[in-house]
Design a protein around this ligand. Structure first.
Ligand code: FNR
Length: 184
């Protein structure tokens, strides 16, 4: 049966190149995985005072993560780090203490930018966070996608053969990683 992947896209904007990248990966995964996209834009700003009456949107996020075989993060770089909306969602999913939804799940991260460093610094920050919440993040291959106009269509079609093969290799490694972490 296909792997169920909880997918965090760290951008809220409609024309997001990272959302395009997500659609490209979903397409390339074919019937090996089903992508369950996590909604980030209605997660309240995390407030520890509300742990005892935890927001429903946070519970929804945690249920999605818990029912997934693995978690995939696809993020832009904002000011050399990850967007606040993504950090807020991860903080929410990790709480209250003792009820962290991420603990022990296999994970991978990837990102796209127009800059040549292709979100490298954001991903380095994100790795730190993923380890902190107990996710088992795949170490390699790393994937820093430098986006060029037309590289990926809105529907996830990848124009460049080289990029398609690279992304396929990333996915293959991720599925192997999930299998190693959670044999079935
Ligand atoms: C950016 N951008 C950016 N790019 C980058 O490579 N390194 C960076 O540090 C930043 N910093 C940054 C800060 C803020 C506040 C914004 C809005 C943007 C540019 C960014 O890569 C570009 O907007 C992407 O298109 C964002 O990804 P999505 O939304 O298209 O997925």
């Amino acid at each position: 049966s296909p792997y169920k992947i909880a997918v965090f896209v760290g951008s809220l904007r409609k024309e997001s190149i990272n959302r395009r990248l997500a659609h490209a990966l979903e397409k390339l995964a074919g019937d090996r995985a089903s992508f369950d996209y996590i909604q980030l834009d209605d997660i309240p700003l995390y407030n520890q005072d509300h742990d005892s009456r935890f927001p429903a949107q946070g519970t929804r996020l945690k249920n999605q993560v818990r029912s997934a075989d693995a978690v995939l993060f696809i993020t832009p770089e904002y000011n050399r780090s990850i967007p606040g909306v993504l950090k807020n969602a991860i903080d929410t999913g990790s709480r209250p203490q003792g009820d962290n939804a991420f603990q022990g799940k296999p994970a991978a991260l990837i990102g796209a930018s127009f800059g040549s460093a292709g979100t490298a610094m954001a991903q380095q920050h994100l790795r730190n966070v993923l380890v902190a919440v107990g996710l088992a993040a795949m170490a390699r291959p790393e994937a820093f996608v430098q986006f060029k106009e037309g590289l990926i269509e809105a529907d996830g079609t990848v124009a460049s053969e080289g990029t398609r093969k690279f992304l396929q290799g990333f996915l293959d490694a991720f599925f192997d990683w999930i299998q190693t972490q959670q044999p079935r």
